[in-house]
Design a protein around this ligand. Structure first.
Ligand SMILES: Cc1cc2nc3c(=O)[nH]c(=O)nc-3n(C[C@H](O)[C@H](O)[C@H](O)COP(=O)(O)O)c2cc1C
Length: 278
């Protein structure tokens, strides 16, 4: 039941909802209010509610008057460019855990990232305390200590090579290159049966990382943690609450940075294939 309602006094019959519906499921006969004859076609994206200039449409029980107004406070091109270019992978963290409210706010905002077929299936699993993160780290290194000697170095995959490097750094120098001493981890997972689980997870984490930066929170995409939780020790992911039927899209660690960057890096020129005719 999608609960598509049109406020008769507000609707000006402009037809924007009909034109913008990605499923093409809204119909408006001349002189009548818009309707959705076949509810099964609707993907629940709420474009009808968002595009309506008079706030006449409600769908899925959502009140248009409670949506954020988009007339004000959009970042400028320059401020967004600064955010994107100024974002850095943070590998040094303050020890303190973040406040739960900060983490929840970031996750709620990242949740607004687009998802294929509007599946909205991404699950964020975050450790909320430094203690929990450290306990996980200890368990990972203990497991690596058992796993690595049993492997034939001649058969090492890239992941195994990185794990040997990480385990060596930990045991020989006390350096934690898997969790980077961060107070929190974040796993994005999604049910294997939705359209594009891995892509949805990666897009969500990308939004998380950028938004985090605006709130003084740093993060790093963590391939080594992803190998540990998705490939080597999936039972640890399960213990953290990631459902068995989920695919892990990727993992990050995050927290307050103990490093400050003063300028952007300069990437090699962008690779572009610009097609003029076909
Ligand atoms: C998919 C992916 C996996 C990554 N895995 C790790 C990792 O395991 N450890 C790490 O320190 N950095 C990791 N990084 C960070 C990259 O090394 C980093 O993005 C790159 O060096 C560019 O630096 P910048 O992010 O500060 O621009 C990863 C980045 C991506 C996108």
């Amino acid at each position: 039941m999608i609960d598509f309602k049109v406020h008769e006094d507000r609707c000006i019959a402009c037809g924007h909802c009909v034109a913008d519906c990605p499923a093409g499921c809204i119909v408006m006969e001349k002189g009548a209010l818009p309707v959705i004859p076949d509810e099964k076609k609707c993907i629940g994206c709420q474009h009808c509610l968002a595009v309506c200039p008079t706030g006449a449409i409600s769908i899925l029980g959502v009140d248009p008057d409670e949506s954020m107004d988009l007339q004000y406070e959009m970042p400028t091109a320059h401020s967004l460019e600064t955010l994107i270019k100024g974002r850095r992978s943070v590998r040094h963290y303050r020890k303190q855990s973040l406040e739960a409210a900060t983490i929840k706010k970031l996750l709620e905002i990242a949740w607004h990232a687009p998802t294929g077929t509007n599946a909205q299936g991404v699950l964020f699993t975050a450790t909320m305390t430094r203690e929990a993160t450290e306990a996980l780290g200890k368990e990972i290194y203990a497991r690596l200590g058992k796993m690595l000697p049993e492997l034939d170095p001649q058969q090492d995959t890239l992941a195994h090579k990185y794990m040997r490097m990480a385990y060596g750094a930990y045991t020989e120098h006390g350096a934690d290159v898997i969790l980077r001493g961060a107070p929190h981890i974040l796993i994005a997972s999604a049910p294997g049966k939705i359209a594009v689980p891995m892509v949805d997870c990666v897009i969500a984490l990308t939004h998380f990382e950028l938004m985090a930066q605006t709130m003084g929170v740093g993060a790093v995409w963590d391939g080594m943690l992803t190998w540990c939780l998705a490939e080597f020790f999936p039972d640890l992911a399960e213990r953290l609450g990631v459902p068995k039927a989920h695919k892990i899209g990727y993992c990050m660690v995050f927290g307050r940075p103990a490093v400050k960057y003063h300028r952007t890096v300069q990437r090699v020129p962008a690779k572009m294939n610009l097609v003029e005719t076909f």
